[in-house]
Each structure stands twice: as C-alpha cells, then as structure tokens.
Unconditional design. Structure first.
Ligand code: FMN
Length: 189
C-alpha cells in the first residue's frame, strides 16, 4: 500500500517536449478535471474555467500565436518563429486554466487567482496519480492581450497556465527540492 503522502512526494513535472501519446481519453479526462476543480474557493465564486486543446487545434493555436509573436517582433529569427509554432504540439493534450475574476466581489483578486492556480496544481497531481506526466507552463502568451483574444478570453479573464499532459517518453529525474528547515520557523510572541 502506498504511503499517504507518496502522491505529493513523488510528483514532478515532465517537460512538455518529453510528453507523448497517449493522453487521457475523454472519459478519463472528465474524471481528472472533475477532481481538479474541487478547490478551496473563498465566496464560492468559481473564478476559473478550462479550455481543452487536442490534435490539430494545438498546431493551429501555435500558428496563431507565432503570427502574434512576429507582429510583436518582426525581426524574430526563423528558429524562434518555429519554436512558437510548435510549442503546443508536443504533449497530446493541453488544458488552459483560466482565471475568471469577479471584480465587484469583496474577495481579493489574488485569492481568486490562487483558487484558479489550485485547479492547475490539482491537474498536475491528478495527472501524476493516473500515471501521466504534466507540466504547467505560461510564457509570454499568458500575459499578452492579443493572445488572450485568440484564446477567447473575456474582459476579466486571465491565463493561469497551459497544463501540458501526456505520457512521459523518458524517465525524468526529480529536481532538487528546498530544505524544509530553511523555510519553516516557529512564531513566538
Ligand atoms: C505559474 C507557473 C508558470 C510556469 N511557467 C513556466 C514556463 O513558462 N516555462 C518553464 O520552463 N517553466 C515554467 N514553470 C515551471 C514548470 O512548470 C515546473 O514547475 C518546473 O519545470 C519544475 O517542475 P516541478 O517542480 O513541478 O517538478 C512554471 C511554473 C508555474 C507554477
């Protein structure tokens, strides 16, 4: 029997370039997403939504973003243009986690963004629990107005992350982790 904290202790990211087929099928993905949206949510605002990218749409998405990258920098070298085009093609599945902010709410914006961020975190953990690999990426496209329009975001929506999901092609070693003793202190009055 696995120890209760194994899931948290063993999860680590797999670079999107190292993620291949298969990704979760639609039934498995629904179960994964259903579990991932079970996040703490101040005010029960549900300040997030999800956008699924699979197959050909991933290449077309990259092509649209590459056009935007070239518009931002007409001197962008061809190698970097190609990188933009292919960015979303490696992993077979990409879930865009979107924060949908409620500007009139008394719940601070940061708490709403953290809530959406927890969905992305749950996605990483859930994918790992199901035997898949995943990586949470942002990059310039997460912070660009025209990219937001291409993705179809509304006025108070922001990309929290592109979560790339698939099957690891290689064994990725874990990275060094912070030492708890460097981070933990005990408050005394
Ligand atoms: C909000 C957020 C955005 C990130 N964006 C990027 C990114 O754009 N490019 C990148 O190489 N890593 C990015 N990372 C880091 C990777 O997702 C990952 O955390 C890192 O490779 C180490 O993985 P692990 O600690 O999950 O094993 C981001 C992480 C977070 C939390």
């Amino acid at each position: 029997m696995s120890a209760p904290l194994d899931l948290l202790n063993q999860r680590h990211s797999v670079p999107s370039r190292q993620l291949g087929e298969p990704a979760p099928d639609d039934t498995t993905l629904r179960a994964l997403l259903q579990a991932a949206i079970r996040v703490s949510d101040h005010g029960k605002l549900v300040p997030f939504r999800l956008i699924k990218l699979r197959g050909e749409a991933k290449l077309q998405f990259g092509e649209r973003l590459a056009e935007r990258a070239i518009a931002r920098d007409p001197d962008l070298p061809e190698s970097k243009q190609e990188k933009e085009r292919l960015r979303y093609t490696f992993a077979p599945l990409v879930i865009v986690v979107v924060a949908c902010l409620h500007p009139d709410s008394s719940v601070p914006e940061i708490e709403q963004k953290l809530c959406a961020g927890n969905v992305a975190c749950n996605l990483l953990l859930g994918a790992h629990a199901l035997g898949y690999g995943a990586q949470w990426l942002t990059g310039w496209a997460a912070y660009d107005d025209e990219a937001a329009r291409i993705i179809g975001l509304g006025a108070h929506e922001h990309v929290i992350g592109f979560v790339h999901i698939g099957t690891p092609r290689i064994d990725v070693p874990d990275r060094d982790r912070p030492a708890l003793d460097d981070l933990l202190s005990t408050w005394t009055p």
